[in-house]
Design a protein around this ligand. Structure first.
Ligand code: NDP
Length: 511
């Protein structure tokens, strides 16, 4: 996530907010969308209700109030969506040649851009994130689609110089089939774009399952894919909860599952896919270490570390949630971070003054609050925040900074997925590398230093799929993103993720 492009700099703002009736603040297109009655599924070119008519409410995290009703898809709906995807794959989608696929993906990117204001408002309303950040998400989704729009015409097989006489042997790269793509609530449209773009580029058909907390922009994505001209059934949207996602994973018509979310659910999906021998990629949690070495540019390190954890209210899989500061600078760095945290403005996403929004749901509020309690119970001290309270109906949590933390405490070991940073001192490189790697996770790691040799030495020692040097969270559609160890299997982005949607067929022809 290239957060630095659109996160307000820390400092100068004060904590305090007044939740308002945010739906009234929406522009006409966004208000029309949320007011247009229960939001239904997108299956083929139809907009059906759930087969059993069930719905759920999606809530505004700034107020806790319902935004609108959304169809609660079940097993029958999953089967119907998978059948629509298969029909597209066996029918019209098969006839769409590579250059046309490119054009369709570009058309979808342009439609997202054209509807960007509406999409950003819906995202801010549904997820809680500040509107400026939601706009950044939408722009990143457009870029992601544009990157993958370049791929269809470059998917090539090989001719293989086999030893057999008079044989032509070559490979074809073919779409893996019907995909189930399950995304979380922290970057709803962007995560959907990360998933659907490579699938569409490879020529697959897909069923997208957004998180129950944030279904709105995924529904719009499904509508826009039809408007862009994709054959009906290429991109279906199945709203619902975890059971809906499980039904989709279980459907025998699904050939490939792509999941982003918790490690617990990722393990369950991985097990199922292993048994069924479905292709699977998993982008899971993290507890990423961020290391400030003695010779670091402290101004840059403090600013980057602040954003690295509190960006998106700490709800990023690659959040830099464990801060290791060399003992020479520990008190200075902690003091500066505490000051920034104390000055941060937390408020509704649609309030232009908000630097950070609420966390996404009551469940997430309670989860983060219980971690804060556990830190205090285990003896950590809150240098900032540390006392989450429900203010109005919203799920606002002040940036929290813990000191007096040991590596064994739950707040230092478990993924909190909220605005909570633990800061710990260290003495030398070997020690900090060992402590940084002493976790089941391996998604990201960061380090701050002016010493180029130390930087690359430590980067090589860290067990993480992404290492940031003198920055945090840089990203690009072309650069692979994913985790070591329990942080996932496979990579998002780049040609690595395209490969996850392709099978290799080897053809032998006796001449
Ligand atoms: P989940 O892993 O439960 O949810 C992620 C997605 O998976 C959602 O679309 C969810 O649907 C769906 N899902 C849930 N259960 C199943 C299942 N059994 N089979 C298939 N799909 C399923 O995350 P939570 O929303 O519950 O968040 C809990 C924690 O997960 C967070 O506190 C954080 O630690 C971590 N997380 C990590 C993310 C990351 O980017 N790595 C993103 C989000 C969360 P639904 O939401 O509708 O139930």
């Amino acid at each position: 996530m290239v957060y630095r492009d659109y996160v307000a700099s820390p400092g100068g703002l004060s904590f305090g907010f007044m939740p308002t009736a945010t739906i009234d603040q929406l522009s006409e297109p966004a208000r029309a969308f949320v007011s247009s009655g229960p939001q239904r599924l997108v299956i083929g070119d139809e907009r059906p209700e759930a087969a059993d008519g069930r719905t759920f409410e999606t809530l505004d995290p700034a107020t806790g109030e319902a935004i609108c009703e959304v169809a609660q898809g079940g097993g029958d709906d999953a089967a119907r969506a998978v059948a629509a995807a298969r029909a597209a794959l066996d029918g019209p989608l098969r006839k769409v040649h590579a250059a046309k696929r490119s054009a369709l993906i570009n058309a979808l990117a342009e439609l997202i851009k054209a509807n960007g204001d509406e999409l950003a408002e819906l995202e801010s309303l549904d997820n809680g994130k500040p509107l400026a950040m939601a706009r950044g998400d939408i722009a990143a989704a457009v870029n992601h689609l544009r990157y993958y729009a370049g791929w269809p015409t470059k998917i090539e097989g090989e001719t293989i110089p086999v030893s057999a006489r008079d044989v032509l042997c070559y490979t074809l790269r073919e779409p893996v089939g019907v995909c189930a793509q399950i995304v979380p609530w922290n970057f709803p449209l962007l995560m959907a774009a990360w998933k659907v773009a490579p699938a569409l580029a490879a020529g697959c058909a897909t069923v997208l399952k957004p998180a129950e907390q944030t279904p709105l922009t995924a529904i719009r994505l499904g509508e826009l894919a039809l408007e862009a001209g994709f054959p009906p059934g290429t991109l279906n949207v199945l709203t619902g909860d975890g059971e809906t996602g499980a039904a989709l994973v279980d459907d025998p018509g699904v050939q490939k599952v792509a999941f982003t979310g918790s490690t617990v659910v990722g393990r369950e999906i991985g097990e199922k896919c292993g048994r069924a021998l479905k292709r699977v990629t998993l982008e899971l949690g993290g507890k990423s270490p961020n290391i400030i070495l003695p010779d670091a540019d402290l101004d840059a390190a403090v600013k980057g570390s602040f954003q690295g954890i509190y960006f998106n209210s700490g709800q990023s899989c690659n959040a830099g949630s464990r801060l290791y500061v060399h003992g020479d600078h520990y008190d200075d760095v902690v003091g500066r971070l505490a000051q920034f945290a104390g000055e941060a403005k937390v408020g509704p996403g649609l309030d232009p003054d908000s630097q950070f929004g609420p966390v996404v749901s009551e469940e997430q509020f309670d989860r983060v609050a219980s971690y804060i309690d556990s830190g205090l119970d285990e003896g950590a001290e809150a240098a900032a925040g540390g006392a989450p309270e429900r203010n109005g109906g919203g799920y606002f949590i002040e940036p929290t900074l813990f000191t007096g933390v040991t590596d064994e405490m739950r707040v230092a070991r478990e993924e909190i997925f909220g605005p909570v940073l633990v800061a710990m001192p260290f003495d030398d490189l070997e020690e900090v590398a060992r402590r940084a790697n002493d976790t089941e996770y391996g998604l990201a790691a960061g380090l701050w230093t002016r010493d180029i040799s130390q930087a690359h030495k430590l980067a090589g020692m860290l067990e993480a799929g992404n290492v940031y040097i003198n920055t945090w969270g840089g990203g690009d559609p072309a650069a692979p993103f994913g985790g070591y160890k329990a942080s996932g299997i496979g990579r998002e982005k780049g040609h690595a993720n395209l490969d996850a949607y392709l099978e290799t067929k080897t053809v032998w022809a006796q001449l």
